[in-house]
Design a binder for this molecule. Sequence first.
Ligand code: DC
Length: 230
Amino acid sequence: MNGFYSIAIDGPSGAGKSSQARAIAKKFGFIYVDTGAIYRTVGLAAYRRGIDRKDENAIFALLPELDIRMAYDENGVQCMYLNGEDVSKDIRMPEISICASDVSAHGKVRAYLLDMQRKMARENNVVMDGRDIGTVVLPDAELKIFLTASAEARARRRLLEHQSKGIDISFEEVLADIQYRDQQDSSRDAAPLAQAEDAYLVDCSETDFDETFDVLCRLITDKLAIDPEN
Ligand code: DC
């Protein structure tokens, strides 16, 4: 341990990792690092410039032109800046999810973004969510959780989220997006979505937010022996 605690939460798209991680960060006084937002920011830049997202060298060549920064507002909400512009909303558009998944499949892109993620954990108590946090980014994390749910349960929840933001999309489209990303995120060569050997598996297909949150908080207090701040 480097003086700070790290909690790694990995799992497929739409399992509720971000909302759980955000709530954990608030309760235990940690910083929440949403690593998917970093890949989404790269995906957005490629989309805007019309670059072929499957072309690893083209995406890699784009990276030095991107000034990607994470910042936290007064409520502890992570905001993403791309060359000085706040793109926190733009990166959540459904078409950018696919772009993010495409650019994240490239090993060179992942290697380039690794240090940014590790630096956050060197300097803060973090709860970090993604696909490869327990396996690659923070293999020494004090607690690793693999949070999953069936594709249908995840699509149902994602649909409600989109609807609450006024995004017009059908259940079938959301499910297809989730299945595309599951397949691509788990089958790529570079740091695929995988459960670390020492991660605790939590399946939340049948549990609501609060029930899942209770399970995660119990793991944290038991395994890390730390108490909530709030
Ligand atoms: O968590 P998310 O849906 O915002 O992530 C967007 C995409 O980024 C996802 O399809 C896979 C990729 N990703 C990744 O490859 N590794 C991470 N640590 C986080 C996200």
